[in-house]
Design a protein around this ligand. Structure first.
Ligand code: SDX
Length: 432
């Protein structure tokens, strides 16, 4: 941490506590409150971490007001248009755009780690066929620590590197096999001659009884979707991975925790929930009813795929996704997609509505992604697993950054206790 740029003074209980303020390279400054409890015996209170920086990081930056997302300083729009997912993985993990030689080495290393230990197939078979693929992924990824013992020592930089490559390489295989298992089809093994996105599509849609040629258009669209989902600062699942990692848990267990958190409909599960919502709306004329419900404080319904903790302007990923939806559907020959029409009209109406304008609610990354994924042939239950495959590099990059930070400590928040004060035990015969 650099030297303080200024100080903040808290006057509390007759004390004056002077707190250092640090500046990053861009974005809000931070008030360092680490000594607050020791000096003033008071906690700060921020249950949703709306105003709390849990770490310093050099990986991803979001400007919510501008609707800007930078991976190691590079705008997501430029990466989505000119880069590819494995190059973005390289950038997020090592901090710079790779040279041609570095790219060849990284792609080779990932390609040669895509297979799973053959015995791990038994984990898939332990699940019911109708298990949600996210349940399977949490189980199988957590079980990886029982197979890859040579990359679980977090204090060994080389083992951390191997675990990172293994996670990035094996997640598509795990997600594809979870899908195959759910539809009763045989597992399809990775093919080293295919690029990352093509290999994933091949493992999902190929069958042993005939050749399957991956559409380059769909592979490019999948690769772009993966780039858009790769990392996103300290979102809930990344914070979960960091918190799990802060105890010294092995990297596979930490990623399994991240997958579990991502599953929630307020987070990565929103892509599935958004498509289910669009299906429920079904026709443009029913949109006003759902807008009304979304605005009704007494109705728990929320417009899925809308709103964001940080973006108070358009999510730049949603813009790229919306363009991609038109392109993919057009190339698939889908002239009229009713869900896309409902989504576009819903966006138009919502963005003109005072409620959404006042609360700065815009479409987020999950609003259009499901439409593309469904058009590609994926069931809604596979939308969040695809998000997890994409976000694995972000989780791993953030985990490595935290583990390598000499100042990192185990995360252990405090609380405002509002429960009963000390009282004596009452034997059951004396209870009312
Ligand atoms: C992701 O953090 C990340 O970066 C996440 C992510 C990533 O890449 O990792 O970007 C991925 O998770 C995107 C978000 C996907 N979730 C959804 O689309 C679910 C629907 N959205 C909401 O549940 C909500 O907008 C959140 C969870 C995304 C953000 O919630 P916040 O920041 O806690 O905001 P809030 O719940 O306090 O809402 C502020 C106000 C509230 O009204 P008031 O209480 O102030 O009157 O806006 C309202 C909310 O009721 N509101 C909505 C709404 N989202 C917020 N009202 C209707 N529909 C919505 N979608």
């Amino acid at each position: 941490m650099q030297k303080p740029v200024k100080t903040a003074t808290l006057h509390y209980d007759g004390k004056e506590i002077v707190l250092p303020v640090y500046a990053g390279t861009v974005g809000p400054n931070v008030v360092d409150i680490r000594k607050l409890f020791a000096e003033a015996e008071v906690f700060t209170f921020d249950p949703g971490f709306t105003s709390t920086a849990a770490c310093d990081s050099s990986i991803t930056y979001i400007d919510g007001d501008k609707g800007e997302l930078l991976y190691r300083g590079y705008p997501i729009e430029q990466l989505a248009a000119q880069s590819n997912f494995l190059e973005v993985c390289n950038l997020l993990l090592y901090g710079e755009l790779p040279t041609a030689a570095q790219t060849t080495d990284f792609v080779n290393r990932v390609t040669r780690h895509t297979m799973l230990h053959e015995q791990m197939q038994y984990f898939f078979r332990g699940f019911r066929r109708d298990a949600h693929p996210m349940a399977t992924m949490v189980g199988v990824v957590g079980a990886m620590s029982a197979f890859y013992h040579d990359s679980t020592d977090i204090n060994d930089p080389w083992q951390r590197e191997v675990a990172a490559i293994r996670m990035i390489a094996k997640m598509p295989t795990i997600a594809a096999w979870a899908y195959k298992y759910s539809i009763g089809q045989p597992f399809v093994y990775p093919q080293n001659h295919l690029d990352y996105a093509s290999n994933f599509l091949h493992m999902c849609f190929a069958v042993p009884c005939e050749p399957y040629v991956v559409s380059p258009v769909l592979a490019k669209a999948m690769d772009r979707i993966m780039m858009l989902h790769a990392d996103h600062e300290q979102n809930a699942s990344t914070s979960t991975v960091r918190l799990a990692g802060s105890s010294g848990a092995n990297p596979f267990a930490c990623i399994a925790a991240g997958i579990a958190c991502l599953w929630g409909p307020a987070h990565g599960g929103a892509n599935q929930a958004t498509l289910e919502m669009l299906r429920e709306i079904a026709t443009v004329d029913r949109i006003p009813e759902f807008i009304r419900r979304a605005k009704d404080k007494n109705d728990p319904f929320r417009l899925m795929g809308f709103g964001h903790r940080v973006y108070k302007n358009f999510d730049p990923r949603a813009k790229v996704m919306k363009e991609s939806a038109d392109e993919v559907l057009d190339l698939l020959g889908v002239k009229h997609n009713p869900l896309l029409q409902v989504a576009k009209e819903l966006e138009r109406i919502a963005l003109e509505d005072e409620y959404f304008i006042e609360k700065k609610l815009y479409p987020n990354v999950d609003f259009y992604s499901g439409i593309i994924l469904e058009a590609m042939g994926f069931p809604t239950a596979m939308f969040t697993p695809i998000f997890a495959v994409s976000r694995t590099v972000g989780w791993i990059a953030q985990w490595k950054e935290m583990i390598a930070d000499p100042t990192q400590k185990i995360g252990r928040p405090r609380q405002l206790y509002v429960g009963p004060t000390r009282r004596d035990y009452v034997p059951v015969e004396a209870r009312g």
